[in-house]
Design a protein around this ligand. Structure first.
Ligand code: C2E
Ligand code: CA
Ligand code: CA
Length: 711
């Protein structure tokens, strides 16, 4: 606590001392009593004391002094030290002077000379109390001022924060009136400036409520809840925005704030989450469900079927020769084809069924509420049918077939894994049966396909181990009933799995390159066989050997063939190479050169599986083919399908025009033979004449014409 002083000033020494004595007696304990004999001395005294941080609550001044009168002194001091209380001591009372002093220097009191001591002490006591009160009040004022300033600062900060936040904020009091909202809130809800400037918050809330599109869990209406609680929810607005809203109800009595709402635009975040979720369960290319989603759905439907005792079907579908298209026309076309295929698949199934992309060109289908195996079969046939007509993509005319395996719950399995495994096994059977067909699972079908996949790397071993063998199927001139060619068809006689179809292992061999040595072995074997047949026959016979496009990638293909022909001694005119049209499109110029070379050597060339590829008929003219083999997928349903009939008619007349002989593959019945013959088709191949058979049987067939059913 600082010291305090009372100053007395009078130019009469006696008077000054007397006052001093009296004051010291009364206040000496608490106050320093300072005496001054002139105005100037007083001013200096003030300055000194203040410099020493002494407080001066009171000055008592004589009025009549020589150099400077009391009233002037007090006015001067008031300017410098306004808080010091002033008492004037005067002999003659001049009312004018006093009034002036009261006005100008806030004179506290005046005392007449001579004074009564008690009067003086009381007046001074009162003045000192007044001073103390003033000081307290001043301190309080300062504090208040400071607090106010701080409050104003935090309010500015609060408003700035409110406006700077990413959220839309709405503050409602406990009477349900909106106290405040920020600009973000208006933006989020699309509330016009004009509305917000009216500060009619009821209207704001009404407008906001009109924007809500989806039923929402958060209650925007006024709340009269007492307890403090908070909640969170999402709302969707009519403009598509998704808002995350969070509200906290508080009971702050004094401020009467009830609820603070904050709204955040989470549209982008929600969309991203949706996308991620979708991506996790869908295939990006086709938009179909992926494996995970299919698995989930299957598990769910199985438990439902178990309860309702209904059947369902799981289908495994694989596009035949898809890899060829991808490899030769590029992935972009492959992708387009997959998308187009999916469109047709979706068209083929019923509402509620599911199609998933299992990977690559493999799809799984889930058919619900199947009454019987027949019903599943009918849908499957519809799907095969839907894929039958060609796809026009990027200027290519693509013909696609597929193989489908079917497993039924509960007949072929009661859990997902078994059903999928069995549908897969059935798919392999379908491929084994020559593709473009479907098969049901049955008990005897062990999952051969699965095992074969595991055996992929044993293919090389199969070659060394002489597990391959060639079968031969005649190509017949139906006008004479004679065999004009034999097609060599490869078989893998696996020690454990038995005879495996080339439809299954050739794609594997093409993938790992083993088709090159295997193909070489086939050529040599076939040439040897035909050399033998030349010796026992009068009329020369052509041996037709299938070449994989992969073999054309080997630069020494021609040399190898020359070499084989030389070592086996087979005339070049007795060899025909069957090539699928994919080859001619892929690397067209190289293919043209190689094929021309073959032609020059005297080897004939057949275009295999014609119609399943994508080259136009006129495209053919560029290549030196002497034979065109119409794919058996056209022949299969020929009798019931006017479209296929038209295609075949066109092919036959084209062949005649170009001087190319036409072979119809896959002739299975007399009716088909007759029909084709009526169209002018001369050469045919198919089970109706003979299945592919082992070499000895083929030899017998060649020796015994009667075996052939041709006219
Ligand atoms: P591909 O060249 O179209 O051979 C004809 C296929 O049709 C043979 O199947 C044959 O058994 C079958 N087939 C013949 N007549 C009929 C019939 O009346 N009805 C039905 N449904 N099918 C008939 P395979 O022997 O299973 O051969 C399948 C495919 O494997 C061949 O189709 C060919 O692309 C390929 N392939 C076979 N051997 C070789 C080979 O040595 N090298 C190469 N690169 N591919 C081969
Ligand atoms: Ca062939
Ligand atoms: Ca063929």
């Amino acid at each position: 606590m600082s010291e305090k002083a009372i100053i007395c000033v009078d130019d009469h020494e006696n008077i000054l001392n007397s006052i001093g004595e009296q004051l010291k007696r009364a206040f000496g304990d608490e106050y320093i009593i300072e005496l001054a004999s002139s105005g100037r001395e007083t001013i200096e005294l003030f300055a000194d004391l203040i410099a020493e941080e002494v407080e001066i609550p009171l000055i008592i001044s004589d009025q009549n002094m020589e150099a400077i009168s009391g009233d002037k002194l007090l006015i001067q001091l008031h300017d410098l030290y306004p808080q010091t209380l002033k008492i004037l001591l005067t002999g003659q009372t001049d009312a004018e002077v006093i009034r002036n002093l009261v006005n100008v220097s806030a004179l506290y009191r005046y005392l007449a000379k001579p004074w009564d001591e008690t009067d003086l002490i009381l007046t001074v006591t009162e003045a000192l109390r007044c001073y103390d009160q003033n000081q307290q009040l001043k301190a309080q004022n300062e504090l208040l001022l400071e607090t106010n300033q701080k409050l104003a600062e935090s309010l500015t900060l609060l408003v700035a924060t409110l406006e700077a936040t990413a959220d839309g904020i709405l503050v409602i009091n406990n009477r349900g009136q909106v106290i405040r909202c920020n600009q973000k809130l208006l933006n989020l809800w699309g509330i016009a400036e004009s509305v917000s400037s009216t500060k009619d918050y009821d209207q704001i809330i009404d407008l906001a409520l009109q924007q809500v599109a989806k039923p929402y869990t958060c209650n925007l209406e006024r709340q009269e809840t007492a307890s403090n609680y908070h909640n969170y929810s999402l709302l969707e607005l009519k403009n598509g925005k998704i808002l995350e809203c969070y509200y906290q109800t508080q009971q702050i009595q004094d401020l009467s704030i009830s609820t603070v709402w904050s709204f955040r635009d989470v549209t982008a975040k929600q969309q991203a989450e949706q996308t991620i979720k979708h991506q996790a369960f869908h295939d990006a290319l086709t938009g179909l469900a992926n494996r995970s989603l299919f698995d989930r759905k299957l598990a769910l439907e199985l438990s439902k079927s178990e309860q309702s005792q209904s059947k369902l079907a799981v289908l495994f579908l694989d596009l035949d020769h898809f890899k060829n298209i991808n490899d030769t026309l590029g992935h972009a076309v492959g992708d387009l084809l997959l998308q187009a295929v999916v469109k047709r698949l979706l068209y083929g199934v019923r509402e509620g069924d599911m199609i998933a992309r299992w990977g690559g060109d493999e799809f799984t289908l889930l058919l619900l509420h199947i009454e019987s195996l027949q019903e599943a079969t009918a849908i499957t046939q519809r799907i095969l049918q839907a894929l039958q007509s060609p796809f026009d993509l990027e200027g290519y005319h693509l013909h696609v077939t597929s193989s489908i395996g079917i497993a039924i719950y509960p007949d072929h399995g009661t859990d997902s894994d078994t059903l999928l495994k069995n549908a897969d096994a059935a798919l392999y059977k379908a491929k084994d049966r020559g593709r473009n067909n479907y098969q049901h699972y049955n008990q005897t079908l062990n999952s051969q396909g699965e095992k074969i996949l595991k055996l992929e790397n044993k293919l090389g071993y199969a070659l060394k181990n002489q597990e391959f063998t060639l079968y031969y199927q005649p190509i017949v001139d139906v006008t004479t009933g004679t065999i004009t060619k034999m097609e060599a068809l490869l078989r893998w006689r696996h020690p454990k799995l038995g005879l495996i179809s080339p439809n299954i292992f050739i794609p594997l061999a093409e993938e790992n390159g083993l088709i090159v040595p295997i193909g070489e072995w086939v050529l040599e074997q076939a040439c040897l066989q035909n050399k033998y047949w030349q010796q026992i026959r009068v009329t020369p016979l052509k041996i037709a050997v299938n070449l994989s496009p992969r073999q054309f990638q080997e630069s020494d293909l021609i040399d190898k063939i020359i070499n084989i022909l030389q070592t086996t001694g087979l005339p070049t005119s007795c060899l025909e190479l069957e090539i699928t049209e994919t080859l001619t499109i892929d690397n067209c110029q190289i293919a043209k050169n190689v094929l021309t070379k073959f032609k020059e050597m005297g080897i004939s060339l057949a275009m295999d599986d014609f119609g399943t590829g994508y080259s136009s008929l006129s495209y053919l003219k560029q290549f030196p083919f002497s034979t065109l083999k119409i794919d058996r997928s056209f022949i299969n349903n020929l009798l019931g399908d006017p479209e296929d009939q038209a295609i075949i008619k066109a092919m036959i007349s084209l062949g005649q025009g170009l001087g190319i002989s036409i072979v119809a593959e896959g002739v299975e019945t007399k009716e088909v033979q007759d029909f084709l013959q009526s169209l002018g088709c001369r050469y045919m191949q198919g089970y109706y004449f003979s299945r592919p058979v082992a070499a000895e049987s083929a030899t017998q067939m060649l020796q015994n014409k009667a075996l052939l059913r041709a006219d």
